[in-house]
Write a protein of this length. Structure first.
Lengths: 251, 251
DNA sequence: TTTTTATATTTGTCAAACCTTTTGCGTTTT
DNA sequence: AAAACGCAAAAGGTTTGACAAATATAAAAA
């Protein structure tokens, strides 16, 4: 009687149901925007209770696979895969890893320098005038001396995103989203005094100019130098900052 | 009386609670492996019912932020950010987008060609002997003529991952994981007849040799050519394959 | 001392109801 | 006839209270 006792129960009922519905969506048995049965009906069909069904649906909703609305025309619907939502998901995952110190600063800087340099090359090839305008808009914003640090950093992020956007490559934009959104905030935490800003803006301007001229090599070299140039000042800044354990009221 | 009407209610109670706990974890107010109060206690503190608390916890569990165990020493614990779990998350998100046809084949091939070529450069710089061994192991596996298509594809994926691994860069490995795991299955769906296999193996061998010699340029060029060479055969294969709507029993 | 048993604790599940939002229809009013 | 209003039904959102299952710890028995 040496049968396999695994696979008989793969976890909680909610997990099993979530897996079943997820599989149905991924395999196309549930079309986009199709409406699932009501929670009560699902509970009846799976032979479980409604709270358990709801736990399963919450998991799927957290993965951006379904959405729910109330009312007679409401219900649970299969969500069209959304680039922004997916990007947010991976950004959150990456941000968590970075925030918890799973990566070395050197690694992050190197990865950003290399991948963004690559994006510069492709941007120089494929950029449109609109892409250049988007970069120019952030550059003019960054000129504003009265901008506070937070807004300056946000504009910096948008500039780097504009470069990625200019590549015109969806999959690349997708993964670079995680790179930029999750790694830049760490690198931008303490720097940006006034003369730092001037240097950053100068680098951005030269990068944009090279992309405008479709000069791949120059654009890539500039970007890599720009990103990796932040390492020294970053090391110095982080050395001063000992993260004390926050004692705020917890849950 | 022109006040802002947003922010009054940000969503369901479960979502609000999930956001609160998530913020507590991300801000470090809840340490890794720290135990949260029991579900009953959380319900009391937030002034909501236990099923609602459970819905919130399920969302966080789906995001790999917490885990739960039963029993006296059980409870809900903050999960240490896990590279594999995070990689699986972003791979799932990317796979969904690819599977739903949100990206063009050309885009995918171009993105893979460029990024993997970049990885080849870094691999040539930083590879260890263990990395070369890992590639060699897959190569010898791929020589086996009796290997079925599924196993051959799996080995192919592992070879590409070995190249990424050889870069020694954690953040890069993280995002390339999504690239390789989610995009390769699509590209590998219909090809790999015998003479295709020989060509693939030959390319792999040359790539590994170039990485072994620390010849960046050659390795990168070989990889890019290898990946982008699949475009023609892929276009042809996909032209024959009209995805009919599966009529299997739905939920 | 080792093994077994009991017990307390905590998550997992269930059942039945009530609340809130949304929609659509029917009525009333203009 | 058209617009405004109001009501009722449908569906998700929430509550209450209970029971089931797992599991670590302590107690009891061998």
């Amino acid at each position: 009687m040496a049968l396999h006792y695994d696979e008989i129960v793969r976890g909680s009922l909610a997990k099993q149901v979530a897996d079943l519905i997820r599989a149905a969506i991924l395999e196309g048995r549930l079309q986009v925007d199709e409406r699932l049965p009501t929670e009560e009906e699902l509970a009846r069909r799976f032979g479980i209770s409604r709270p358990t069904v709801r736990e399963a649906l919450k998991v799927l909703a957290a993965q951006n696979l379904i959405r729910s609305r109330r009312g007679p025309a409401g219900g649970t619907f299969v969500t069209r895969p959304d680039l922004d939502a997916a990007a947010r998901t991976i950004t959150d995952a990456a941000t968590l890893l970075v925030g918890m110190g799973r990566f070395e600063i050197d690694e992050i800087v190197a990865a950003r320098g290399q991948t963004e340099a690559l994006c510069c090359r492709l941007a120089a090839r494929n950029r449109t005038d609109e892409d250049l305008d988007a970069m120019a808009q952030e550059l003019s914003l960054q000129q504003d001396e009265t901008l506070n640090d937070e807004d300056f950093c946000a504009s910096d992020v948008r500039f780097h995103r504009a470069v990625v956007q200019a590549t015109g490559n969806g999959p690349l934009q997708f993964i670079m989203h995680a790179m930029i959104e999750s790694f830049i905030p760490i690198t931008n935490m303490l720097i940006y005094r006034h003369h730092e800003r001037r240097r950053t803006i100068g680098a951005h301007q030269k990068i944009r100019a090279a992309i405008a001229e479709r000069d791949e090599d120059t654009a890539a070299a500039l970007m890599q130098h720009h990103v990796e140039g932040m390492r020294a000042v970053l090391d110095q800044a982080l050395a001063h900052r000992r993260p004390e354990k926050p004692g705020g009221e917890t849950i």
